[in-house]
Design a protein around this ligand. Structure first.
Ligand code: ADP
Length: 350
């Protein structure tokens, strides 16, 4: 019959605060298993309220929220919150507990034995890139902001939650660390297949991370729900177009990946980026198949703009990327969206 049952389902969910503020209005939304659904929009548009409806930190004014088919209004809120992972900005680690104890909090509450809790804690710290032997015994104040954020993610994953709710999880991390954390979290989420609902006000973060992206406007209205490419190439007119912004073509580069068909073969006997043009920028990390197109653009620029070598899974160079190849990669991404091509044709002929 229908596809898999959603992990979370909002049905006409509405939140009106006692002072009359309508934070979320009649929201219908489903979060599917293994997907990363990102809620994005300007400050005050109801993203956090929506997220907090899913673990009953906010009670609905009307409508329903179902988690795995069960109306959560009928569940015990404390048990529900133990089951659902929740990560917030500045993490909220327990300051007087070690990193190991913080990560093991929920397993301990769920009655896991000490050994199982310890093993799980070590596994998760490793997963988020914190050597357990070094970090388990530290206290939160002995960590950098990025490290604290990693501990927060590990803690939320500890009980293997059916869904992870994340509210601006990388918001307090500096821009460079933020980009790295986003990439690592993306990899971890793919690897574990965790279902995630994540809130951000940052459209770049939304399109980098989201399988689907829900754009909200003030007054808690869902304006558009789409995958990243569709959102960037085909934003709904009005609020979404304004919010996604003028840089949306460039943002497509951040989500596209290099494929073998985008490359040219390396000339015989020559080094792949041969040519008299000296690099004008510091060299970038070498490109691989699957590298993001913004990294490919950077590598191309650093190579003097002619061609950059690209290696395959085995590490050997499989071809070179030229500016034409990069443009072809962009066209490939939007080729699945037929009306974009129609539109371009209309513009160029008319
Ligand atoms: P976002 O996460 O998108 O920034 P929020 O969900 O936090 O937005 O808030 C949505 C709206 O609800 C805002 O106008 C906010 O001021 C209002 N709001 C949030 N919490 C409360 C509250 N406890 N009482 C009254 N209004 C609130």
């Amino acid at each position: 019959m229908s596809s898999a049952e959603p992990v979370i389902r909002f049905e006409r969910a509405r939140k009106e605060y006692p002072d009359g503020t309508v934070a979320v209005r009649e929201l219908d939304l489903e979060v599917y298993e293994h997907e990363m659904l990102v809620l994005v929009g300007p400050s005050g548009c109801g993203k956090s309220t929506t997220l907090r409806m899913a673990n009953r930190l906010v009670e609905l004014t009307s409508g329903r929220v179902l988690v795995k088919g069960e109306d959560i209004a009928l569940s015990d809120p404390v048990a529900l919150r133990r089951r659902i992972g929740y990560v917030i900005q500045n993490v909220g680690l327990f300051p007087h507990r070690t990193v190991g104890q913080n990560v093991g909090t929920v397993p301990a509450l769920l009655g896991w034995d000490a050994r199982r809790t310890r093993d799980r804690t070590a596994e998760l710290l490793e997963l988020v890139g914190l050597e357990p032997g070094v970090y388990s015994q530290r206290y939160p104040h002995q960590l950098s902001g990025g490290e604290r954020q990693r501990v927060g993610v590990a803690r939320a994953l500890a009980a293997d939650p059916p869904v992870l709710l994340m509210d601006e999880p990388f918001g307090s991390v500096d821009p460079a660390g933020r980009r790295r954390l986003q990439q690592e979290f993306w990899r971890i989420q793919r690897e574990l297949g965790t279902t995630v609902m994540l809130v951000t006000h940052d459209i770049d973060e939304a399109v980098r991370l989201g399988d689907r992206i829900a754009v909200f406007s003030r007054g808690g209205k869902l304006e558009q729900l789409a995958d990243a490419v569709t959102l960037l190439a085909r934003p709904a007119p009005g609020m979404v177009t304004d919010f996604v912004g003028a840089g949306r073509a460039v943002r497509l580069l951040a989500i596209g990946e290099l494929a073998i068909g985008d490359l040219e073969s390396v000339p015989d006997g020559g080094s792949p980026s041969a040519g008299p043009v000296a690099p004008r920028l510091a060299p970038e990390a070498p490109l691989r198949l699957g590298s993001r197109l913004d990294d490919a653009f950077a590598a191309l620029a650093a190579s003097g703009g002619q061609a950059a070598p690209v290696s395959g899974d085995g590490g050997a160079v499989v071809g070179q990327l030229t500016p034409d190849g990069l443009l072809a990669a962009l066209r490939r991404m939007t080729a699945q969206l037929p009306d974009l091509a129609d539109d371009t044709a209309a513009r160029t002929t008319g």
